[in-house]
Design a protein around this ligand. Structure first.
Ligand code: HPA
Length: 234
């Protein structure tokens, strides 16, 4: 038990996949896992533990935004002794050549948020994902013929906000925008654990196109399978 998670300590695997949406966690657990048990229902932030190809893993939702992601990553790493979290989420694209349905493997999360300072008293605006996990993701993608693009992501506090997209592209090489990766990488750093982030492009800030619900589901499956294959080989 922790403040926001009512699972027993033994009910959470050391390997966790983290979608933002609790109903996506449910979908992943019901579609891909066997022997599934719902292990968290506090605030409807669902978590499930079950087996994928005989490996015990946990799927746990993060909610939206860095404050929510930060709470769950903190408690999973600290109170449940989780060693690896892979976020599987969606993002908006900042570039014409980063198209809907593309899969992004996040190298660095870039933020203008005060999140790191609020949490630790130290300012930081750029954090790396785990090189080791990224290497395995790349190998698994190759073996399963899944295309991906590796690059930086802008992690924002404000979905509806003013941004200087040109600066984020030119100075920080950001491919797109989402709202959770920086807090995940920050917690991994604080606790000396592993974190990675895969994203599917769900909308474009260049063309204003967005995936339909059905398209989202189908394309997310490739990213989910890539994350599952990676996490069981750790
Ligand atoms: N902005 C921020 N977060 C997102 C977006 C976006 O356009 N799309 C998916 N997550």
């Amino acid at each position: 038990m922790s403040i926001h998670i009512n699972a027993k300590k033994t009910e959470i695997s050391t390997k966790v996949l983290m979608p933002g949406d609790p109903l996506r966690a449910k979908y992943i657990a019901e579609t891909y896992l066997t022997d599934v048990k719902k292990i968290n229902n506090l605030r409807n932030m669902f978590g499930y533990t079950g087996k994928y190809k005989n490996h015990l893993i946990t799927i746990f939702a993060s909610g939206m935004g860095m404050p929510s992601m930060g709470i769950y990553a903190y408690e999973l790493y600290k109170d449940y002794e989780v060693d690896t979290i892979i976020r599987i989420g969606s993002c908006g694209s900042y570039l014409e050549n980063i198209k809907l349905k593309d899969i992004i493997l996040v190298d660095k999360a870039i933020t203008n948020s005060n999140y790191a300072y609020s949490q630790s008293g130290k300012r930081n605006s750029k954090l790396n994902s785990s090189a080791l996990i990224n290497e395995i993701i790349a190998k698994k993608a190759c073996a399963n013929m899944i295309d991906f693009i590796k690059g930086n992501i802008h992690c924002t506090d404000a979905f509806y906000g003013k941004v200087n997209i040109n600066k984020l592209i030119k100075k920080y090489h950001c491919l797109g925008v989402e709202m959770e990766s920086f807090a995940l990488f920050h917690m991994a750093k604080i606790f000396n654990k592993n974190a990675a982030c895969l994203l599917t492009v769900s909308d474009s800030l260049v063309t204003n196109e967005a995936l339909s619900g059905e398209e989202r589901e189908k394309t997310f499956n490739q990213m989910i399978e890539l994350a599952l294959e990676t996490i069981i080989s750790l």
